[in-house]
Design a protein around this ligand. Structure first.
Ligand SMILES: *[C@@H]1O[C@H](CO)[C@@H](O)[C@H](O)[C@H]1NC(C)=O
Ligand SMILES: *[C@@H]1O[C@H](CO)[C@@H](O)[C@H](O)[C@H]1NC(C)=O
Ligand SMILES: *[C@@H]1O[C@H](CO)[C@@H](O)[C@H](O)[C@H]1NC(C)=O
Ligand SMILES: *[C@@H]1O[C@H](CO)[C@@H](O)[C@H](O)[C@H]1NC(C)=O
Ligand SMILES: *[C@@H]1O[C@H](CO)[C@@H](O)[C@H](O)[C@H]1NC(C)=O
Length: 430
């Protein structure tokens, strides 16, 4: 990271000099203005890490957005918030800032109730193994699980890669009693995350039965791909309408052809908190905290899958606000138990595995269970090829009597690449 930045600065220094020759007078003019900006920023962001994410990065973008940067951008592969013309000054400042302001943590939330401790820990371990930027975990759990979570997480290796906060299962403080009457606490906790984590800008929510097979950084990067009306990103509930649930059985509106699955949900919560949602209860648009209760009251008798159904209703009425990512980011047994129907996974492998229906813990889908067991038993620091990948491949080969096992290579395609990428990053650092 450091080295990449340093190289970047060097590169920019060189090009900056050319720019200087080319447009010296303009730069001189802008320098003055930027120094003022810089001084202001120092005052505004004296802290090392801003929990709300990216506040300091927004400013260059604003200042630079009407400078023509596309040529420079593609040439240097710089992020879009860096100016081409002003790179000389910009790069110097970025280097400074990154010391002041280490790369933003990625926020990951999970809700763990009942017997989900081990599964949750295994999910968190998979996030830690592959991710590059630091992680901030927000763990919502029943009180009796807190002690075990703390003990396990405090003893994990790679402490430098993550921080965590434990929360009780809770509702927003206003109207807490009323919320409690209407919602089952654990099931609907995720709907309230934008209100409870009110100073977090963006968040990846995952179910406990998720396993990351590539860095969290990669799904996190969809946040930057969303256009200005998109507030959340999810995968379709089904690829194949003939076995879809919503299109055959739902007694309420749902998003798209087959609905969406909320087990992997990326949210720009700043936008969720700001948005006014179209709805079928009143002609007035409602905010997130205003819409949940009326929605539940209206559809209480017609929903089957709880809060996921409510999300489907919301995005049915506000389809422009959802960014849909492909099925290999939320790969479930439905994608293979009746034959393979997630084409992107066949091509590129599974990126995020979602073992719903309890398949990590019974013998119905041994391919899913094999991946879970491999990550659960992997000891941090051991060689990933010999201690994780090869034994897993052997186990998967034993599952070829099942539909999912028949395409077992799909389960390790991305995993193999992720492990190779880790080795490459290590050798570069050396
Ligand atoms: C750049 O954008 C700002 C605000 O959006 C505007 O005031 C300014 O005139 C623009 N400059 C140029 C050169 O287009
Ligand atoms: C965890 O939090 C501490 C204190 O706020 C901070 O110094 C550290 O950099 C954080 N680590 C990660 C990986 O985010
Ligand atoms: C609930 O389902 C019933 C039966 O399909 C339907 O008649 C009714 O309109 C539904 N209620 C709502 C609020 O959509
Ligand atoms: C989330 O949306 C806000 C408001 O549009 C934006 O300022 C912020 O940069 C976005 N966050 C990320 C991580 O893209
Ligand atoms: C964002 O993308 C969605 C889906 O493609 C689209 O419906 C919406 O109009 C887009 N919004 C903007 C502001 O471009």
């Amino acid at each position: 990271m450091r080295r990449r930045l340093a190289r970047l600065v060097l590169l920019c220094l060189g090009c900056g000099l050319c720019s200087l020759l080319y447009a010296f007078s303009q730069l001189a003019l802008e320098q003055q203005q930027q120094e003022e900006d810089g001084a202001r920023r120092q005052r505004a962001f004296p802290l090392r890490r801003q929990p709300s994410g990216g506040a300091a990065w927004r400013r260059p973008q604003q200042r630079c957005k009407n400078v023509s940067v596309s040529y420079w951008n593609s040439y240097w592969m710089l992020p879009s918030d860096v100016c081409g013309m002003n790179c000389f000054w910009e790069a110097a400042r970025r280097y400074d800032l990154s010391k002041l302001h280490p790369s933003e943590a990625m926020h990951l939330a999970v809700v763990a109730c009942g017997e989900r401790l081990e599964e949750t820990i295994t999910m968190l371990r998979s996030a830690i193994i592959f991710s590059i930027k630091p992680l901030q975990f927000h763990i919502f759990a029943e009180d009796q699980l807190h002690h075990d979570f703390r003990e396990t997480l405090d003893n994990l290796a790679y402490q430098e890669k993550f921080n965590y906060t434990l929360y009780p299962i809770s509702f927003p403080t206003e109207n807490a009693a009323e919320w409690k009457k209407l919602f089952k606490p654990c099931a609907s906790q995720r709907l309230f995350l934008p209100l409870i984590l009110s100073d977090v800008d963006s968040l990846l929510y995952v179910d406990t039965d998720i396993l990351f097979l590539r860095p969290v950084d990669d799904i996190w990067s969809f946040l930057k791909k969303m256009n200005s009306s998109q507030i959340a990103a999810m995968a379709p509930e089904h690829e194949e309408p003939r076995i879809g649930w919503y299109n055959r059985f739902a007694r309420h509106p749902y998003y798209g052809k087959t609905g969406i699955n909320s087990g992997v949900m990326l949210m720009n919560m700043t936008r969720i908190r700001r948005k006014y949602f179209k709805n079928d209860m009143t002609t007035v648009r409602l905010r997130w905290e205003q819409i949940l209760m009326p929605l539940l009251k209206k559809y209480k008798l017609n929903i089957t899958w709880g809060d996921q159904d409510l999300l489907n209703i919301m995005f049915f009425h506000n389809p422009e606000s959802l960014f849909v990512f492909p099925c290999q980011w939320n790969y479930r047994p439905d994608h293979c138990i009746y034959g393979s129907n997630c084409q992107q996974a066949e091509k590129e492998g599974i990126f995020i595995l979602h073992g719903n229906r309890g398949v990590y813990h019974d013998d119905k889908q041994p391919a899913f269970r094999a991946v879970y067991d491999a990550i659960k038993h992997y000891t941090f620091g051991d060689d990933l090829v010999n201690a994780l990948l090869l034994p897993l491949e052997l186990e998967l080969q034993k599952t070829q009597h099942t539909y999912c096992g028949r395409i077992y290579k799909v389960f390790i395609k991305q995993l193999t690449k992720s492990i190779q990428d880790i080795a490459d990053r290590r050798s570069k650092r050396r």
